[in-house]
Design a protein around this ligand. Structure first.
Ligand code: AGP
Length: 613
């Protein structure tokens, strides 16, 4: 998953491209590059690391051109290095690419036989050589692009420049997102609108197997048969130009602190507390006929899906199956008529989840998506879209999007229960009240006393080699999500495990060097506190270092056995248990990463939106 940008116009292309790449760094930040055409030649500058390194290198060169392409990388084939950074070129063709060329080795062997020389370890480098191979035969940009696309297996968003065609950029799309932007005597290309939002609001999104040839004043669109196609222009609301940290040191910390506001705005958007009514988008199908729900997602979004299993089965009594997208996509699955597919994604562009969505669509399933990006591909492909109102999430480690997703899934559970006549209006009102009260309880998690305690505990965890999170019921999912956050940010091997499962093997890991964080809230409805506490006792008996996450009552009852405690408010129900304790674990992961000097907003090896399978 990488970010690509291009411009053909009348202004200095370099600054437009660099600004766009900075906005696409969430897609990958291990190396970057730019190429422009100057005096008929390609001038290419590439650097390892972040865009700032590329900017530094560019400041030592005098480049002026009004046409150029740029790339920020998340390595798939070939390590992050200057040689493997994009753009990649043959003698007369220069390319930036987002996606994976699955048959790159076979194509490389063929092209090497016709004399092509390869300088990098990437899959992408076959593309400029293949286009050149076809261009030599056809002398035609369109034909060479179509012939190349036919030979490639895999996914691509491509932007291509041709020597001798100084004011032309050609593009092609299959699987990876690609939008074009319309300017005054200038046109743009990018992986998403945000990268172009300072230059234009007039956008054209390409679909799979669509191509275009772009000049400063004209764009020709065509499909895989080469037939001209008409495309509609979408005028986007101006994106807030620069999303700031609002005085916080990191986007992640800002986004953690935004969660009470996000919760409030989510309730305002979908609930009328005075009449205890829920206003979700119209469903294009009869919910009453739904007897099974299948939730598909990746990473943190998958864990919000797992929370939904507990919420929907407990509140609405509808059977829920949850699966990770990369497995579901390639598993033979008995699709049912009365099944509803729910896809959860912050970015709405995650390739695994998108592929699973297309698979479900091919099998005539009803598709509901919960996304934080309303213009995303997933939103466009779904029958119903319920938007999380979390606002842009910049920190690669997802925080506010998670609690926003769980809140929406909680509302869906209550709504299903009403449609299924499973709960009384009083019960509905009580559940909505529980949700509404979560906001004020959330703010307590940021009290100075709590923060001082979490910072102290974080300091003690910076030297840990391994760590375990345990919990029961929906707090088991909090343990899973907390461990993922800890891994992503601290680079320490943290595992989340069902507390009851510990004694069936993992307890072998316990010794006096193993921190074990026990998520044990009291929950008014189904109290698994005692059970979780006795599992903590098993850890204590083997010298494990317990960090006990519970409310006042729980800490008073069992705190003694713990080396450290993190106090959380008492939960009045399963929805609160799903969205509150996790915030303390987000803060813990944040401060451990901070004290270890890790890059909190852009952890190594990660990217915010994973657009390759
Ligand atoms: C979470 O912190 C990670 N960034 C990652 O696991 C993420 O949740 C996953 O890639 C899914 O992304 P999505 O929600 O945008 O689909």
């Amino acid at each position: 998953m990488c970010g690509i940008v291009g411009v053909v116009g009348n202004k200095n292309a370099t600054s437009i491209i660099i600004d766009g790449l900075k906005k696409l760094e969430y897609r990958g930040y291990d190396s970057a590059g730019i190429a422009v055409v100057e005096n008929g030649k390609f001038v290419t500058v590439k650097e390892e690391g972040k865009i700032t390194n590329l900017e530094k290198a560019l400041s030592q060169q005098k480049i002026s051109s009004s046409i150029g392409i740029g790339h920020t990388r998340w390595a798939t084939h070939g390590k992050p290095s200057k040689e493997n950074a994009h753009p990649h070129a043959s003698s007369n063709v220069c390319v930036v690419h987002n996606g994976i060329i699955e048959n790159h080795q076979e194509l490389k062997n063929k092209l090497q036989k016709s004399g092509a020389k390869f300088l990098s370890e990437t899959d992408t480098e076959v593309v400029p050589h293949l286009i050149e191979f076809h261009f030599e035969k056809t002398g035609n940009i369109k034909e060479s692009l179509l012939a190349t696309a036919k030979e490639i297996k895999g996914t691509f968003a491509l932007a291509v420049m041709f020597k001798g065609h100084e004011n032309v950029i050609a593009v092609a799309k299959r699987g990876s997102p690609l939008v074009l932007g319309l300017g005054e005597n200038e046109n743009y290309i990018a992986s998403d609108y945000y990268a172009l939002s300072e230059n234009t609001h007039k956008i054209i999104a390409l679909e799979d197997e669509e191509f275009a040839i772009i000049t400063p004043d004209k764009i020709e669109f065509f499909n895989e048969q080469g037939a001209e196609i008409k495309k509609s222009v979408k005028v986007m609301e101006p994106e807030k130009a620069r999303i700031s940290k609002d005085g916080f040191d990191h986007f992640m910390l800002k986004e953690i602190y935004e969660q009470p506001r996000v919760l409030e705005e989510t309730i305002q958007a979908y609930v009328d507390l005075s009449s205890s009514s829920i206003h979700l988008p119209n469903f294009a199908f009869d919910l009453k006929s739904i007897n099974k729900i299948t939730i598909i997602a990746c990473g943190t979004s998958y864990y919000s899906g797992m929370c939904a299993k507990y919420l929907i089965e407990e509140i609405a009594g509808v059977e829920v199956e949850v699966d990770i997208a990369s497995e579901f996509r390639y598993r033979s699955h008995p699709f049912r008529e009365d099944n509803l597919m729910i896809f959860v994604s912050q970015s709405g562009e995650t390739a695994d989840t998108l592929a699973a969505l297309k698979f479900a669509k091919q099998n005539n399933q009803k598709i509901l998506s919960i996304v934080n990006a309303p213009h995303s591909t997933m939103a466009q492909l779904s029958d119903v879209v319920v938007r999380t109102v979390a606002g842009p999430e910049i920190g690669v480690a997802s925080t506010k999007a998670y609690t926003a997703q769980v809140t929406i899934l909680g509302l869906l559970a209550i709504h299903f229960a009403c449609v299924k006549g499973r709960i009384s209006p009083e019960k509905k009102a009580k559940l909505l009240q529980e949700l509404a009260e979560s906001g004020s309880k959330m703010t307590h998690l940021f009290d100075e006393k709590q923060l001082t305690n979490i910072k102290k505990i974080s300091k003690s965890l910076t030297r840990a080699k391994n760590l375990l999170y345990i919990g029961r019921g929906i707090s088991q999912i909090t343990a899973f999500e907390a461990a993922l956050k800890f891994r992503e940010l601290s680079y320490i091997n943290a595992q989340g495990i069902a507390a009851g499962e510990l004694k069936h093997g993992t307890i072998a890991l316990i010794d006096n060097k193993m921190p074990v964080i026990v998520i044990a809230p009291h929950n008014a409805n189904n109290d698994l506190f005692e059970k979780t506490a006795s599992n903590a006792q098993e850890v204590n008996a083997r010298g494990g270092k317990i960090i006990f996450v519970s409310d006042k009552k729980g800490i008073k009852q069992f705190g003694k056995m713990a080396n450290k405690k993190i106090e959380i408010p008492e939960m009045s129900g399963i929805i609160q248990e799903a969205i509150l304790p996790v915030i303390s674990t987000q803060l813990l992961a944040y401060y451990v990463a901070l004290y270890k000097g890790n890059d909190v907003d852009q952890p190594r090896n990660l990217a915010k939106s994973v657009t390759v399978e």
